[in-house]
Design a protein around this ligand. Structure first.
Ligand SMILES: Cc1cc2nc3c(=O)[nH]c(=O)nc-3n(C[C@H](O)[C@H](O)[C@H](O)COP(=O)(O)O)c2cc1C
Length: 300
């Protein structure tokens, strides 16, 4: 997840049983122009495997070039192509979910990237651009033909953005019935109950979890335990938070002070009686500020 799913966050999630990781989305154009910040986004560590590097863009040749470059030079296990991002500045460039309006272009991009990439290529799509053009099945079928190894379906239209109650599980079921490659269900999975509903109602092969992990990296372990009928895992949120801070300041010493405020606000939601600390969290900037805040949190 752009702005949240960096290496520090992913490595914080890793001990909780994630089967597959994905980087934040990376602009293929920025890779083409050799942008330095972009290289940081593509950096992966040993604690987060397997991992796919996710690219977005609309030009098949530039996407292929970026996939070839990053697939070779980074410690990655796959390339993932983003056809789901709804953000205006991306969509207005004809990228992300705007491509759901142009399945032939998606097909061309997947084919070019598959040819150029040394790694397996997966895709992430939405249910469609809008309700009048729901085409996830068509797009998924084309992606499979073009050589995609796996398809994740975020079952919302572009205009739904991330709104509650807009996930369309029957779309994922229809995609699952139409293709032979693994289908990953995505949208509003936040606990055992929603995970089970996704699996039962769609028949999907795997679950993708986004927002529910922010401020709660142990959600993966909770969901797995619920699905296995095992007892809830024992978690020590303050320890998880300290580890997240350590990694964030290690990998991004210059920006962690600012970036951890968002994560901190999410973690605080999980601590009873911590509401009063939100204001303090919004002014924290050094690792010492943050650790002092963690120390002052109520006992778990
Ligand atoms: C702030 C934010 C950033 C996101 N960035 C990405 C991204 O870079 N790549 C991607 O595939 N999806 C991205 N997503 C979408 C999520 O991966 C996911 O598809 C969506 O949030 C629905 O799943 P959830 O209900 O589990 O969060 C982002 C979502 C949010 C809210």
């Amino acid at each position: 997840m752009a702005g949240a799913g960096d290496r520090a966050f992913r490595e914080t999630c890793a001990p909780f049983g994630v089967d597959f990781f994905c980087t934040e989305m990376i602009s293929a154009k920025a890779v083409h122009f050799g942008d330095k910040k972009t290289r940081l986004l593509a950096e992966t560590g040993t604690a987060e495997h397997p991992i796919a590097i996710q690219l977005f863009g609309s030009d098949p040749a530039i996407m292929a070039e970026a996939a070839a470059k990053l697939g070779k030079s980074e410690k990655a296990d796959g390339i993932d192509l983003n056809f789901g991002c709804p953000v205006p500045k991306i969509v207005n460039n004809g990228e992300g979910s705007a491509l759901m309006k142009d399945p032939e272009r998606i097909c061309e991009i997947v084919r070019s990237v598959v040819e150029a990439s040394p790694l397996p290529v997966s895709v992430k799509i939405r249910a469609g651009w809008d309700e009048n053009s729901e085409n996830a099945v068509k797009v998924a079928t084309l992606c499979e033909k073009a050589g995609a190894c796996r398809i994740a379906v975020h079952a919302r239209y572009r205009g739904d953005f991330y709104r509650d109650g807009t996930v369309k599980l029957p779309v994922i079921r229809a995609v699952k019935e139409a293709v032979s490659i693994p289908v990953i269900g995505n949208g509003d999975i936040r606990d055992g109950e929603s995970a089970l509903r996704m699996l039962e109602e769609t028949g999907c092969d795997g679950l993708m979890i986004g927002r529910a992990a922010v401020g709660k990296p142990w959600v993966f372990a909770e969901i797995r335990a619920a699905l296995d009928g095992a007892p809830e895992p024992t978690v020590h949120p303050k320890e998880v938070l300290r580890e997240h801070l350590r990694l964030a300041f290690l990998y991004k010493p210059l920006t962690a002070g600012r970036e951890m405020r968002m994560h901190m606000a999410q973690y605080l939601k999980g601590f009873r009686g911590a509401a009063g600390l939100r204001d303090q969290a919004s002014h924290a900037s050094t690792i010492e500020d943050y650790l002092a805040l963690v120390d002052s949190l109520p006992q778990e």
